[in-house]
Design a binder for this molecule. Sequence first.
Ligand code: SAH
Ligand code: SF4
Ligand code: F3S
Length: 437
Amino acid sequence: MQNGNKKLYIETLGCAMNVRDSEHIIAELTQKENFEITDEADKADLILINTCSVREKPVHKLFSEIGAFNKIKKEDAKIGVCGCTASHLGAEILKKAPSVSFVLGARNVSKITKAIKEEKFVDVDINYDESEYAFGEFRSSKYKAYINISIGCDKKCTYCIVPHTRGEEISIPPSIIINEVKRAVSNGVKEIFLLGQNVNNYGARFSDKTIKKMDFSDLLEMVSEVEGVERIRFTSPHPLYMDDKFLKLFATNPKICKSMHMPLQSGSSEVLKRMKRGYTKEWFLDRALKLREMVKDVHISTDVIVAFPGESDKDFEDTLDVVKKVRFEQMFSFKYSPRPLTKAAEFKEQIPNDIASKRLKTLQDLHTSIIDEISLKQKGKTFSVLFEELKSGGMIAGRSDNNFMIQAKGSEEYLGKIVDVFITNPKRMVLYGEIVE
Ligand code: SAH
Ligand code: SF4
Ligand code: F3S
């Protein structure tokens, strides 16, 4: 990275795609505009907030944050708002918060060098195609590389704002992805993390019509053939596209980490229909249980929304039932949050907040008891772990192939290495163990 005399402070909210967008922004500004990164907002010449708008809370937070930055920033420092909230609020942000200098949508990140030079620049075009834009290289992790494989999302689940902030789905050409993989491993990266809102729909649409038809399984195979790639992860796959070909490749390719995100959203087929998820409770259970059968020690994570409009007690029971049957190793759960531009926000029978809170607590309590049992069962097992981080007390931390957070006694020499760890003391969030030499 070039050292410059201007300082950039960037805050990243939301999902892994935003993390990657922030890396792209940093690459553009440090390589083309002489910025360097700072973690002190009061010393920055440019403060960027890379926003998420998937639920209402982070959107509210944005305006209080702008206010807080405004108080501490250097007098001539600029504040810019990027990401998904930028996409859906656009110029309204400038009206509501006049201290903001520019607004750049989640699909317009490549225009960051332009945005910083123009007064009150706004570009939130969700039809803009940056699927073939060649960004500079910046990675926040030495050992793990996030790589985008598609932009946007075509699914239009009725609760979700993402298709309105990131636009229609376009797959990034395989040649660009493979070059990025090669560049990352030549810089010492061990783990490739493929990103998209709907990764296993890869290949549905390329901008360049001459690209040969291919699907996500084909892409996974191409990535796994790159010399130096040791681990492959991806997020988010959609349960609807988990066909037998995909599950078989997942089960048998040794480089693909045995950790699958299966966003359930609801266990009720009726609710799933109104969410427009495209699968039923039975399909989801069939896929998840088949995965358990095919892959020993597979780690399945999920996302669940409670209190979607019209969700009855019986519907909620179905969600609990799926959670009991699949016994997810990790669960992210949310109260339904009505979002602008989405169909579900117009649905009648919005669920009162007290019921939503109660359901969320019931679900989370159930899941906590499940993960406590799962954690205990890991005692005496050996996992291969990529160590990434030094912790206090002479400990190091990393993730097992199947995505458990693991800590062991060890020093810097293990960072970036994949080693076996024997689990001696499993806890809810972290499995503690010993390195097997
Ligand atoms: N493409 C991913 C999801 C991205 S959004 C997928 O389909 O799995 C991440 C998660 O936020 C979703 O899985 C969902 O559980 C949650 N979410 C999205 N919109 C929401 C809303 N309106 N209210 C509450 N949670 C929501
Ligand atoms: Fe949203 Fe559905 Fe697309 Fe996921 S698949 S980003 S939940 S519309
Ligand atoms: Fe949030 Fe946009 Fe990601 S809404 S979850 S940052 S796609």
